[in-house]
Structures are given as structure tokens and as C-alpha cells.
Write a protein that binds this ligand. Sequence first.
Ligand SMILES: Nc1nc2c(ncn2[C@@H]2O[C@H](COP(=O)(O)OP(=O)(O)O)[C@@H](O)[C@H]2O)c(=O)[nH]1
Ligand SMILES: [Mg+2]
Length: 217
Amino acid sequence: MAKVKVVEQVLKANDQIAAQNRALLDDRNTLAVNVMASPGAGKTSLLMRTIEALRGRVRVGAIEGDTASQVDADRVATTGVPVIQINTGGGCRLDANMMRPALEQLPLEEIDLLLIENVGNLVCPAGLALGEHVGVVVASVPEGDDKPYKYPAIFVAVDAVVINKTDLLPYLDFDVAAFRQLVAGLNPKARIFQVSCKTGEGIDEWAGWLAEMCTRP
Ligand SMILES: Nc1nc2c(ncn2[C@@H]2O[C@H](COP(=O)(O)OP(=O)(O)O)[C@@H](O)[C@H]2O)c(=O)[nH]1
Ligand SMILES: [Mg+2]
């Protein structure tokens, strides 16, 4: 009984800090997107492609979450956008409190769209608010089309699902229609995008959706 209470309080504290983060982002007119996925699904690749697609139209910044290292932040920094690495010290997800110093260090007044790469896995990040406006899960073709069955919580909680690595569809048994149907059953409002970060296919539609949200009053 006591244990449940502690967990509830921790979650409540996270939600309060997430609300503060959100208020700060709103004040600076920055739209924040929490990008979640398994390791290797293509989160960093999607960030890089999105930054390139929106160059000159939307000012992008990035937060890179990982258990250790700054290799992804180094990759994203090559695009020239402001980027902050958060290392969780082994923790399997970002939380609202970790976001605070990163938000303070970023020039938010100069950022319209903040892309947050969460720690790679489909379990821990589900439903844990960071203060973002938009939640996205990236599912890649080599992972198989059954992931919404196995990790429903993350698919239920997001605004959009990005199917990445569509260039590999000819070589793998990934049933796009079945996957879309599964997602629609769990989360009928979720937008579904099909992209390849390798070829660039579908990136304009995805990036356009983000750009439109940034310009919405
Ligand atoms: N074939 C193919 N490979 C991709 C695509 N997107 C990413 N990759 C590769 O998948 C690997 C993991 O990508 P990364 O962006 O680091 O994934 P993350 O761990 O989710 O950030 C890298 O070797 C990428 O080059 C894609 O659309 N098609
Ligand atoms: Mg990455």
C-alpha cells in the first residue's frame, strides 16, 4: 500500500515539473516534440532529416537523451542547430526534472521546434510527461509489425507514429496495412507517417506536419 503511494507521489511530482517546463516552452513559443522508439529505430536519423527539411523555415533545437555518451548530440550538432545532451546515468528514460537544466541552457527564444530524443526503448518513456506538446513513437521496419501488440502503452500515449526504414520493405515481412490497423485500433487519433531516413521518402510530409503545428496560433 505504502509503495503505491510513493509511486503516485513521484509521478505527481514529475507532472508538476512537466507543467512548469510546458509553461516555459509556451512562454517562449517553442513547440516541443518527444521522440520515442527502440534503440536503432532511427530517432537520431529522423532528427537530422527533420532539421534539414525545415532549414530556413523553422528554427529547430534538440535535446538528446541517452544512458551515457554524447555521440548523438555530436551527430546532431553537425547540422548547426543548438543541442544539449542529457545523460540519464543508466536510467531508461528522460523525466521532467532532467529536462529543466537543458531547457535553461537552450536559447528557447530562438527555437520554434524543440526535438527531444528520448532514451531508446518502448517501455519506460511511455506516458511520462516531459512538458512536451507532441508525443511521437518511431517504429522501424526491421523491428516487425507486431510492436503495438507488445508495447501498447506507448502507442496509446502518442500523437503520431512514424514508420521508418520503408526502403527495407521489399526485403522484410513487415505488413504496413496490419501495422496501421493495430495502431488505429489502439489510438484512432494518431497520425501515421511512412518515411525512410535513408532515401528521404516521406520526410516532407512529416516535417510539414510539424511545421504547420509551429505556425498555428
Ligand atoms: N536502411 C535504413 N537505415 C536507417 C534508416 N534510418 C536509420 N537507419 C540506420 O539505422 C541505424 C540506427 O539509426 P539511429 O538514427 O542512430 O537510431 P536511434 O538509435 O533510434 O537514434 C543507423 O545505422 C542508421 O543509419 C532508414 O530509413 N533506412
Ligand atoms: Mg539516437
